[in-house]
Design a protein around this ligand. Structure first.
Ligand code: TXA
Ligand code: MG
Length: 354
């Protein structure tokens, strides 16, 4: 049975005892075997999973998310043997990167094998593969015996979910089951690296940085890694890197301020009343009670990434006029966070103030 939009709310299964965990694995695997979609926790963000070898099941992911058919989906595996089934060839670079970073928040793009249906790769010759670290993902893929195609479990172009409630609020009525595996540890999507040209190239920055990747491939491929996504072509190679992506519904502006007076002046200049403005800051924390809310985010990139989407979900309310986000430092450790901030602010009406 496939659910329609008018159906009731998804069941939400807890996993915080060994018995509940096992029961959730059994129930999720049964639905996935039937060709249904299930929202699952991963260490990066929650995913909307289906059997990657079942084209009809994967089509349901596109339908539920409203995802354009030209955007390929990452295939999640439970080990390198399963990964190798999905690709034509397993180069030395893939072996090295897998050894260092799998299971974990790294997706490798490689030439696909014939076993992967066209719909997963959007008809293209490559497939993105990731072995996730979250114990539930590992257990459910092993129980299924097939890999899971899974994009982030949000409506297309919206903020990725980092807990089960985020998924329930946006897609809960379109899917039968959400597995609650707690808040995602990493908090932003995986690093996507393209290994198809012999020159590893970052298509989407993530918490595994270009330098870390370079450090483990540099002996074989000196100076060949693009440290930053190639802005001219990356959207063609990775449609998810389109500028307008990962956006809140509300207008979001990224800026720096000297002090609270400076911040107030900037808000007034934007023509917005402070009591409709939510602030996300990590360094210069406003204290005036007039702001709609002030969220203090951690001052280091790892913890900031873990908390950022949840903060954005919390302030992206119908009555919000503006989300003002303090710009983050311009260094490599912050580059994945900075990328998501730029994209979130790139929607209509949003901007980056310098
Ligand atoms: O952390 C993650 O990667 C999460 C969790 C659920 O694993 N997934 C995720 O999927 O973020 P999604 O679909 O929201 O983003 C996947 C990105 C998109 O930008 C997509 O275009 C790109 O990866 N991608 C997938 N397959 C690709 C391929 N064969 N070639 C180039 N880019 C690809
Ligand atoms: Mg996504």
């Amino acid at each position: 049975m496939i659910r329609s939009k008018s159906d009731s709310m998804a069941s939400i299964l807890a996993t915080d005892t060994p018995e509940l965990f096992t029961a959730a694995v059994v129930q999720a695997a049964a639905l996935l075997r039937e060709g249904q979609v299930v929202a699952v926790p991963t260490e990066t963000v929650y995913g909307l999973a289906a059997n990657a070898f079942n084209a009809t099941a994967v089509a349901r992911i596109f339908e539920v998310k409203g995802r354009p058919s030209h955007n390929p989906i990452i295939v999640h595996v439970s080990g390198t043997d399963m990964a190798r089934q999905c690709v034509m060839d397993w180069p030395e670079t893939a072996r090295e990167l897998a050894r260092h970073f799998w299971p974990g928040p790294l997706t490798m793009v490689l030439p696909r094998s014939a076993i992967v249906p066209d719909i997963v790769t959007a008809g293209g010759p490559t497939v993105g593969i990731r072995w996730p670290q979250h114990p539930f993902m590992q257990a459910v893929i092993q129980a299924c015996g097939f890999p899971l195609a899974a994009p982030s479990a949000n409506p297309s172009n919206r903020i990725s979910p980092t807990n089960a409630r985020h998924v329930a609020e946006s897609l809960g009525r379109r899917i039968p089951l959400i597995v609650d595996g707690g808040a995602s540890e990493v908090g932003i999507e995986s690093t996507v690296v393209d290994l198809t040209s012999g020159r590893p190239k970052i298509l989407r920055p993530g918490m595994i940085s270009a330098s870390e990747i370079m450090a483990c491939v540099s002996t074989k491929e000196p100076a060949s890694l693009a440290r930053e996504p190639d802005r001219a072509t990356s959207h063609l190679k990775s449609p998810g890197m389109l500028k307008k992506h990962y956006s809140p519904k509300s207008k979001m502006v990224l800026c720096r301020w000297r002090d609270e007076e400076d911040l107030r002046r900037r808000v007034v200049a934007l023509g917005v009343h402070p009591d409709r403005v939510h602030i996300l800051a990590y360094e210069r924390i406003p204290t005036d009670p007039k702001w709609a809310s002030v969220h203090r985010l951690p001052g280091d990139p790892k913890n900031y990434a873990r908390r950022f989407y949840a903060a954005l979900h919390a302030v992206d309310l119908p009555e919000t006029q503006l989300i003002l986000v303090e710009a983050v430092p311009d260094d490599e450790t912050w580059s994945a966070v900075a990328d998501r901030l730029r994209r979130a602010a790139a929607q209509e009406g949003g901007s980056v103030l310098t």
